[in-house]
Design a protein around this ligand. Sequence first.
Ligand SMILES: O=C[C@H](O)[C@H](O)[C@H](O)COP(=O)(O)O
Length: 223
Amino acid sequence: MENLKKLVGIKAAEYVKSGMTVGLGTGSTAAFFVDELGRRVREEGLDIIGVTTSNVTSQQAASLNIPLKSIDEVDSVDLTVDGADEIDAALNGIKGGGAALLMEKIVATYSKDYIWIVDESKLSETLGSFKVPVEVIPYGSEQLFRKFEAAGYAPAWRMKGDKKLITDMQHYIIDLHIEKIVEPEKLAKELDLTVGVVEHGLFNGMVKKVIVAGQTGVRLIEK
Ligand SMILES: O=C[C@H](O)[C@H](O)[C@H](O)COP(=O)(O)O
């Protein structure tokens, strides 16, 4: 599995050229992409600006001497490469397994090109085997949790040890277990309109390229 993640990380780095502003995703797969960019900065003099999507990725990129700017310091991002937790046949996806969905969605929104890198196990016909992470404001979040329970979404608090996890942006995450998400747009709209929800992990129609690694090699799925 680690090998497949590394393969797609290195493959995606081929899309990066000197002069680009690059969105650096979060997670175990994106980490291989960031490592490869770090190697090219060091060995080939690759000249890029990185825009990170979490504190963890900021630390990794800084340790590799990749020059960084925040999303507010750049005009736009040329390309963002990130992992994903589940992708359906229409290339809608669920992200946020590593709690970075808010920064990831913001950086992706301002990116001209956006690529996901995954191993084959992340592909499914219909979304829902991965829980949908919902980032919420702590104030009123117990009420929100009960609202999700009443809606039949089987909510669960994202925990870190015995405490609720706090995201990089100081929010909580509630994971919703909706087994078959037949209409991801409808669910996204509902969550977008729910008071107290900051963002959710449904990334519908945002990506046009997915690099997938499987036992038979690496392939590109394009919309
Ligand atoms: O919050 C984390 C991100 O959305 C990750 O990109 C996603 O969880 C995939 O991570 P991994 O490559 O570790 O499976």
